[in-house]
Design a protein around this ligand. Structure first.
Ligand code: CDP
Ligand code: MG
Length: 139
């Protein structure tokens, strides 16, 4: 099924200057970029984006980290791209991520793990709408 998903290149990876290398992981797997922008999240925005995790012990630190520098937010499109992106990203903890995944290659630790990816069709739709209007998605 043709799908769209939200991808974020997190502040750690932007600082490491690997935006292009990460985008290449998607494009070389046939995924298309239908929207893309660089921005700095406010603390309020980071807290809203990660609201699902607000009871978790890492919420404060995660939202501070996500506001620590610019991020690149993208909408990816392709066949089964929600699961495909998660596979390309690798496990949340880079110590457990398969070799060749983005997180194995670029993440620093379980928090500063280079990329975000939506985990299901409902969250993908919500997360895309959080950052982009319909007319900003250019298929
Ligand atoms: O990003 P992903 O969907 O793989 O993981 P998550 O369980 O939805 O957690 C969201 C984000 O919280 C992770 O990507 C990490 O940046 C952070 N996190 C953390 O700092 N410490 C943990 N033990 C788990 C997640
Ligand atoms: Mg998640």
């Amino acid at each position: 099924m043709m799908e769209r998903t939200l991808s974020i290149i997190k502040p750690d990876a932007v600082k490491k200057n690997v935006i292009g290398k990460i985008v290449d992981r998607f494009e070389s797997q046939g995924i298309r970029i239908v929207a893309m922008k660089k921005l700095q999240l406010s603390l309020e925005e980071a807290k809203a984006f990660y609201a699902v995790h607000k009871e978790r012990p890492f919420y404060e630190s995660l939202t501070q980290f996500m506001t620590s520098g610019p991020v690149v937010v993208m909408v990816l499109e392709g066949e089964g791209v929600i699961a495909k992106n998660r596979a390309i990203m690798g496990a949340t903890n880079p110590a457990q991520a398969d070799p060749g995944t983005i997180r194995a290659d670029f993440a620093s630790n379980v928090e500063q793990n280079a990329v975000h990816g939506s985990d299901a069709p409902e969250t993908a739709a919500q997360e895309i709408a959080f950052f982009f209007s319909g007319r900003q998605l250019i298929g």
